[in-house]
Write a new protein. Sequence first.
Length: 469
Amino acid sequence: MTKTSFYGKFICFVVFLSLLIGFTACEGEQEKVDVAENGKAELTQETKAQRDERMAWWRDARFGMFIHWGLYAIPAGEWEGETKHAEWILTTAQIPVKEYEKFAPQFNPIKFDPAAWVSMAKDAGMKYIVITSKHHDGFSLFDSELTDYDVMDATPFKRDIMKELAEECRKQDIKMCWYHSIMDWHHPDYLPRRKWEDRSSEGADLDRYVEHMKGQVKELVTNYGKIGVLWFDGEWENTWTADYGEDVYKFVRSLQPDIIINNRVSVGREGMAGTFDPATSAGDFGTPEQEIPATGLGYDWETCMTMNDHWGYNKNDDNWKSTQDLIQKLVDIASKGGNFLLNVGPTAEGLFPQPSIDRLEAIGKWMKLNSESIYGTTASLFKSLAWGRCTVKPGKLYLHVFDWPADGKLHVPGLQSQAESVYLLSDPDAQLATDYTEEEAVISLPGTQPDPIDTVVVLEFTSEPEVVN
Ligand code: GLC
């Protein structure tokens, strides 16, 4: 090799190297921008693309089952003649811990059938189950090495309920998720105390409690395979801090990097509306409780709701929402880009209450025909639709008709694009005649509404449809 060609090559190599370094630096910049747009970057430790990937199954699912089960199923909402209690009974009836503990040796839900539970969720069209591994009463429904106040040591049942459910969920392809309460009315180190409590606070040390709780959470995310969501709750007491929240968030993600964690891990939640600022507070999604936001939130969210008026089993609560109401709520939520976590409170024997079973079956029937208009959809393009809701998939609009127009004309305000195909989801072969003006599209529907709860009309487009509101 001549000297000149050696220098030539050397210079080329140096130029190439600096370009490479420059390029990777730019990539780094790009990454930073992504991460900064993506909530608390130092917490999530991921780009927007990585986050989208982590959240994908959950966004796709749209519908899950909440299960509130524990010792409180035994009193079934009743204490000294008062019948309005449920999972809060220890506090709402002011039961001393020693007294409440007596439920544990009575907990023997011999009719618990994990296969049946998971099938009921699955047949209803639900894609994940979030169950109380420990509620505020501090009792663990799983085999915990860190306490004797659990199903294995304190009850005659001695079956790891979480293990059986997790295995069954895996079999039936449903995501297993845990609800785990931060607030703990049993653990001696938890603070604060309620005024009426007999539990002494002497020597109590919240830091030590947090270590205990992290230990339990570690059991929950290492002993039961892959977990979809960790759903924290009870973060509102004044002892819990953003630092604790961030620490727990990081800890859980370090054990299962793909897991999804709700915003109640930290202190940023704004009451029952469940909203928060994902850019400043830990958590992957908002948690509206017993309510549906008026519009989408601009970030991931999930409304949790009871079928009657209690989370835990209350034998006297007959105020059940109708199937129509529940299906329309699911659709309403999907049309705003959220998820619906619908609760069941099983009995002390281990059974779902019959009214819950009936509703799950009826929702399942509707989902069998219509789930395409729920799973994997995104929020409506319309500001409001007088007769119902809209969900969206690439190139498709699903119009959910709750109120069938008397004259058979469905007015779709502001639709600017012409669909290449318009049909009922329940009858894809029959095209529906559609007229377009500048202001709206008008679809001619059949005379009677095939499904009085919600009939879905599908519009297919060759490119993304445009709507002016
Ligand atoms: C509340 C209650 C609780 C229930 C939860 C469900 O925060 O404290 O009992 O588990 O909501 O979202």
